[in-house]
Design a protein around this ligand. Structure first.
Ligand code: DON
Length: 305
């Protein structure tokens, strides 16, 4: 597999997308970046190319980590009672589905409403704030002690996050939030501002691909059930309204973030990709093009059996 060549080919698609501008600090990011890190857990081989060590905001990829953390701490049944596993058919920040269907529980953990509820479930423990717990868990599951909160991005998210604020207050009014709207939002905005690399996301993908066990030292980080649950929801809703499109084209459980990150958990592979120019749904254009090439060349499509 020639990663450099794959990057060059996918690079051509960058111009079709745009960096996220609704979070001002993300609007300043150079769109012309593409990086990939591939962790083969069977052969314990790691390869990377392009902007693989560049740090970027994790954004919605953090929803996979908070989901796993909540499942580990509260159990699958409680998490599933609070947040569903259904497609919304609407954008990631939609409020419409709950209004139309008169649902009080968000349809899935990857739309913002669901992610805010998941974050609200994490409460202070042994003097550790929810954000401190999530940061420690992110460093562990990404095998990256350098993950840290970018204060500028957090402030930018918090200043302009009125849509998320409306979701949180709506959820609070419906009795779905267990903490206050403001403290739930603080956790959510902060977890989105954690800075990662393609390598960190490849490690996260590798833990999921390895049934919840860290391939680097054999420690179980999450239960098999949590890993399976997360991958199933990534497959069905990880790329929002385009999840079906990429399920057919790529066939690998994947989660995107508006910082341009993608984490994928494929048979035998954890994959991290970064390219900040996004499609209309908020997914990395060149990143998904690259993942499609990898899927074809390495036979990663889980539906081709
Ligand atoms: O709340 C937001 O809108 C962002 N902090 C995260 C959204 C996001 O990454 C959606 N993913 N593609």
């Amino acid at each position: 597999m020639n990663l450099e060549e794959a990057i060059q080919n996918s690079w051509r698609r960058i111009d079709e997308g745009q960096v996220a501008t609704y979070i001002p600090a993300l609007a300043d990011v150079d769109p012309y970046q593409l990086g990939v890190y591939l962790f083969n857990i069977k052969d314990n081989k790691r390869v990377c190319a392009g902007a693989a060590q560049t740090r970027f905001a994790i954004e919605s990829v953090s929803k996979v980590i908070s989901l796993l953390y909540a499942i580990e701490h509260l159990g699958l049944t409680t998490v599933n009672q609070r947040v569903g596993t259904r497609q919304t058919g609407f954008a990631f920040n939609t409020i419409l589905n709950m209004e139309i269907t008169r649902e009080t529980k968000p349809l899935n953990p990857f739309v913002n409403s669901g992610a805010i509820v998941i974050s609200s479930l994490i409460t202070e423990e042994n003097g550790q704030s929810p954000v401190d717990q999530l940061l420690a868990f992110t460093r562990k599951i990404c095998h990256d002690p350098q993950v840290s909160l970018n204060e500028e991005i957090y402030q930018s998210e918090a200043r302009t996050g009125d849509m998320n604020r409306s979701l949180a207050y709506y959820l609070k009014a419906k009795g779905t939030l267990t903490r206050s709207a403001t403290s739930s939002l603080e956790t959510y905005f902060k977890q989105c501002s954690f800075m990662v690399t393609c390598e960190s996301l490849a490690n996260l993908g590798a833990v999921l691909a390895n049934d919840g066990v860290a391939p680097w030292d054999g420690e179980r980080i999450v239960s098999s059930a949590a890993a399976t649950y997360a991958k199933s929801v990534m497959m069905t809703t990880g790329l929002y309204t385009e999840s079906g499109t990429y399920s057919v084209r790529i066939g690998v459980p994947t989660k995107s973030g508006v910082g341009g990150g993608l984490v994928a958990a494929a048979p035998n592979y954890g994959i991290g990709i970064f390219s900040p120019a996004l499609d209309q749904a908020g997914n990395s254009i060149a990143g998904l093009d690259l993942l499609e090439r990898l899927s074809q060349q390495l036979h990663l499509d889980i539906f081709k059996y």
